[in-house]
Design a protein around this ligand. Structure first.
Ligand code: FAD
Length: 410
């Protein structure tokens, strides 16, 4: 096996940010990143692509351009873990050994769990902002729709960016309001969950938009089948199955831990990596950490969460590499900028237990209300911070605190 001090699985938001953060602290560190893809996506931008605000290409860059220069990029997929041997096996059969392993391969979009959906996507008004190639089709479909039925769906949790299903809906409605088509379109939100949003403080502002756009809100309604050519969608509800005709369907797939993680000794009950929710250290293998969407922590799965987690995993993993205990705890911070109309955002920021964790004082940005400044943050500042701050190991606003155990002691 080829040996490295640090092996990171996944060169997405979390993997690249963690590598850069570790290298900022220890420039000579020997890090390998296992990543099969030649492109790196800024997925939070896909909502803006679907809303006609960004062009798709601004949300992707070559993987090479985001890889820190001193990292060894292993362009292959990880296939299995041998934690007892401190080793991982790749798709080509080769193995890598490590002193510290960091697991960040993201979440898997399980399109196949909805009958007929995979084949229906991209035609007959069936779309999803959850795919780079389809987000532009969302915007095309929205612009073309003048009347009829538009369905927006949300699967059971967990999903990445829990607000994204409704963001797509609000931006579509805003466009239809402007074009005058909204009065001729029956807009329905079908959410498998029982509440509009998981943190109460943001619901009143969102409900105002549900009313403004005249959206028919269906909670506990789960998309189970799609017939693209016939433009029919079937939902499971407490009252049994219901089939609706549509002219547009924005579908969000159920999401699960990647199979090679779920079927590994690293998985917890949920299939995600079984880590301590504060230190992100594995509960059985102290030389393994996980963060980002693949981590089993009960936070909202977002790039904003990964931005906060990366420096914490970096300092904890370096401590363990030096034979010490983790030094920093994560508070569960995640953020979901809800695009309620073009030009305004309800900026949800919260941690474990739904505790509000605003980045700004209320007089600058009241996250529970629609704000223009929050829109500027999402449309201008955050993409720049992502490419030039988070992926480069600059830790503005997210310096890890050496606070391990403080919560237990209190
Ligand atoms: P990813 O960034 O998905 O990266 C995972 C990487 O692992 C990929 O590069 C993949 O190729 C690689 N990989 C997969 N399998 C393997 C394997 N076997 N071996 C090695 N590598 C592998 N977040 C926000 O903060 N704000 C938002 O507004 C927001 N909006 C979103 C809207 C949409 C439509 C979507 C889809 C996501 C949104 N997110 C948002 C969520 C955000 O994009 C994710 O939470 C974030 O990308 C998670 O980072 P990650 O590194 O864990 O996973």
């Amino acid at each position: 096996a080829k040996a490295h001090d640090i092996v990171i699985i996944g060169g997405g938001s979390a993997g690249i940010a963690t590598a850069s953060s570790m290298l900022k602290r220890r420039p000579s560190l020997d890090i390998a990143i296992v990543e099969p893809s030649g492109v790196h996506y800024y997925q939070p931008g896909w909502t803006m692509v679907g809303g006609g605000v960004f062009d798709a290409p601004v949300t992707c860059r070559s993987m090479e351009s985001v890889m820190p220069s001193t990292v060894t990029w292993v362009k292959d997929a990880c296939e299995s873990f041998q934690p007892e041997q401190k080793q991982v096996t790749l798709r080509d059969g080769s193995t890598l050994s490590y002193k510290i392993l960091i697991v960040a391969p993201g979440i898997r979009l399980a399109w196949e769990k909805i009958d007929g959906l995979a084949d229906a996507l991209g035609t007959n008004g069936v779309t999803s902002n959850y795919r780079y190639d389809l987000a532009p089709y969302t915007w095309q479909t929205v612009q073309a729709l003048k009347e009829g039925v538009a369905l927006f769906t949300q699967p059971p949790m967990p999903i990445k960016c829990a607000g994204a299903p409704q963001k797509a809906m609000y931006l579509s409605c805003d466009e239809w309001l402007g074009s005058g088509a909204l009065k001729n379109i029956d807009v329905q939100f079908h959410n498998a969950g029982g509440v509009l949003f998981g943190v109460d403080a943001y619901i009143p502002a969102l409900m105002e938009y549900i009313e403004r756009y005249g959206i028919d809100l269906n909670l506990g309604s789960t998309l189970v089948a799609v017939d693209g050519p016939a433009q029919k969608a079937t939902f499971k509800t407490a009252e049994g199955e219901v089939t609706r005709d549509f002219d547009m369907l924005h579908a969000v797939p159920p999401q699960v831990a990647p199979d090679f993680v779920a079927n590994s000794p690293l998985a917890g009950e949920t299939g995600f990596v079984d880590v301590d929710q504060f230190t992100m250290q594995h509960v059985r293998f102290p030389d393994i950490f996980s963060l980002g969407d693949a981590g089993g922590m009960p936070n909202a799965k977002t790039a904003a969460a990964a931005r906060k987690q990366a420096p914490i995993v970096a300092v904890n993993a370096l401590a363990v590499l030096d034979g010490k205990e983790p030094v920093s705890d994560y508070d569960g911070y995640g953020s979901c900028p809800l695009t309620v109309e073009r030009g305004k955002i309800v900026l949800a920021e919260f941690g474990y237990g739904g505790k509000l964790l605003p980045s700004f004082p209320k007089w600058v940005i009241d996250g529970t209300r629609p704000r223009k400044l929050s829109w500027l943050l999402k449309s201008e500042a955050l993409p720049w911070i992502y490419w030039n701050g988070m992926l480069k190991g600059h830790e503005w606003l997210v310096k890890p605190q050496m606070n391990h155990g403080v919560k237990d002691a209190a």
